[in-house]
Design a protein around this ligand. Structure first.
Ligand code: SF4
Length: 66
C-alpha cells in the first residue's frame, strides 16, 4: 500500500497544537513544547486531514513526503 510520511521542522514548530486539534492520533504536543508524531507512516486515506494540518500550521512547520 502506498504510504506517506509527515516531516516536522523542529526549528519552526512553536507548539500551537493546531495540528493536534485536527488529528490527535497523529500529532501530540509534548511537555517540551514541540509536536511529536505518534505514527511514522500514513496511508492515502489520511491525506486530506494531513494536508489540512500542513496548511493550518501557523509556522509552516509541517510537510508531507511521498
Ligand atoms: S500546528 Fe505547527 S507549530 Fe503548531 S504544534 Fe503543530 S507543527 Fe507545531
Amino acid at each position: 500500500m502506498r504510504v506517506m510520511k509527515v516531516r516536522v521542522d523542529t526549528d519552526r514548530c512553536t507548539g500551537h497544537g493546531v495540528c493536534e486539534s485536527i488529528r490527535a492520533d497523529v500529532f501530540e504536543v509534548g511537555d517540551d513544547g514541540m509536536v511529536h508524531l505518534l505514527n511514522e507512516e500514513f496511508t492515502a486515506d489520511m491525506r486530506p486531514q494531513l494536508e489540512e494540518a500542513v496548511a493550518e500550521c501557523p509556522t509552516q512547520a509541517l510537510r508531507l513526503e511521498d
